[in-house]
Design a protein around this ligand. Structure first.
Ligand SMILES: [Ca+2]
Ligand SMILES: [Ca+2]
Length: 397
């Protein structure tokens, strides 16, 4: 019996040492490495995306990271699953991200191209061949990504002489304006009121693979450790630094698209005829905001989601309705929050359906400024495409 026990203990020690070496090797070389036979990756067939178990709200898991610091990861919410890690970044790292973004130069997050992408579609919800104020607001939201109040719409009617009988309803006969004229008016208006856009901020992209910046690499390694995904998969994603001034906000949206077969995932910098594929979001807060700027999840913990009703209730409109969101996370320097935009497809073990409960956005900054970094972990729903990219990555230094 004792002999058997001894054998068992030996095996265990052997396994532990083997795993430690394996872990260390992966940290040094990544999931895939160059060998004499070309690039090989560990266990392609068995590789599945990890989804951490959040347990219950308030549960905490602890781990030690690269620089020896002990971090605590707390479950903030379970529907959707959101984790919070205070002090994920150091002060220095936060300042570094901001400095680099400033050096690169930040540009408006809302480009003309983006606002014209969907085109005009009249939202006559009750099919009475006339647009009420609400229907006109939804038409403008849907077509131009601008969030108007009743007063803005009424002002537009006056300027464009659209509503001669002043009943705030636009009939088919009254709608004499061309989509182009309407777009011209809206583009002029938005220049004077940029906060009416769904997104009012400036941004810069940081590409770790095109840079020798060791901070980016360190942070990617830390993310890999925390979310338990292979470093080479994490290395396929970029950082986006975003800054919001007073009134700066981002109305509620999903970070990723629904899976549509036949439509490929967007590549870096190319966003037409493709869908956005981001398995996870890791959001870093880079500074202390004097007031406002929370991250809000308006669908958190709801029983079900009715998109049309939500639009009519204007729950996406965080610039106005942030207080109503059922989950709000305060912006705090060094903190990271993490969530899964997609569930896992049980069959493939890879990216499955989008989780609509992750709808979220940035509440308006009311005083000071806000700096964040988005780190969207990009994956395809087709695992082989991601493995292909992982194999092409240059070796880690
Ligand atoms: Ca109508
Ligand atoms: Ca009228």
């Amino acid at each position: 019996m004792q002999g058997f026990l001894k054998f068992f203990v030996t095996i265990n020690v052997f396994l532990t040492i083997y795993c430690d070496n394996d872990q260390q090797r992966k940290e040094e070389h990544g999931y895939c490495e160059k060998t004499d036979d070309g690039v090989t990756c560990d266990n392609d067939d068995n590789l599945r995306l990890t989804r951490l178990d959040g347990g219950q709200i308030g549960d905490v898991r602890t781990f030690t990271v690269d620089d020896g610091r002990k971090l605590e990861m707390k479950t903030l919410n379970t529907k959707p699953l959101v984790f919070e890690i205070e002090d994920f970044l150091t002060d220095k790292e936060c300042d570094h991200f901001i400095k680099v973004a400033k050096e690169i130069g930040l540009e408006s997050s809302q480009t003309e191209k983006q606002s014209a992408k969907r085109g005009l579609q009249l939202m006559d919800l009750d099919s009475d061949k006339a647009l009420s104020l609400t229907e006109m607001k939804l038409t403008i939201e849907n077509g131009y990504d601008m969030y108007f109040d009743d007063e803005d719409v009424i002002e537009m009617y006056k300027e464009l002489k659209l509503d001669p009988n002043n009943d705030n309803i636009i009939t088919q006969e009254e709608l004499t304006i061309s989509p182009k004229e309407l777009a011209n008016y809206l583009n002029g208006y938005i220049k004077k009121h940029p906060e009416k856009h769904s997104r009012y901020s400036r941004q810069a992209w940081l590409y770790p693979d095109q840079s020798t910046d060791t901070v980016f690499q360190k942070v990617q390694k830390r993310v890999s450790k925390v979310v338990e995904l292979p470093l080479d998969l994490i290395r396929l994603s970029d950082f986006q630094v975003v800054t919001y001034g007073v009134k700066g906000h981002y109305n509620a949206h999903l970070d990723s698209s629904k899976i549509r077969e036949g439509v490929r995932c967007c590549d870096r910098g190319k966003y037409s005829n493709c869908r956005i594929c981001r398995y996870m979001t890791v959001l870093f807060y880079l500074n202390e905001v004097t007031s406002g700027g929370e991250t809000a999840f308006p669908f958190a913990n709801k029983d079900s989601i009715n998109e049309t009703e939500a639009h009519l209730e204007r729950v996406h409109h965080l610039y106005k309705n942030c207080e109503d969101a059922s989950l709000r996370v305060s912006a705090k320097k060094r903190k990271a929050i993490i969530w899964y935009n997609h569930v896992i497809d049980e069959e493939t073990g890879w990216m499955g359906d989008v989780d609509e409960f992750t709808l979220h956005g940035g509440c308006p900054v009311t005083e000071g400024e806000k700096w964040i970094a988005n780190f969207w972990i990009k994956t395809n729903n087709d695992k082989s495409l991601d493995l292909e990219k992982m194999k092409k990555l240059p070796s880690l230094k």
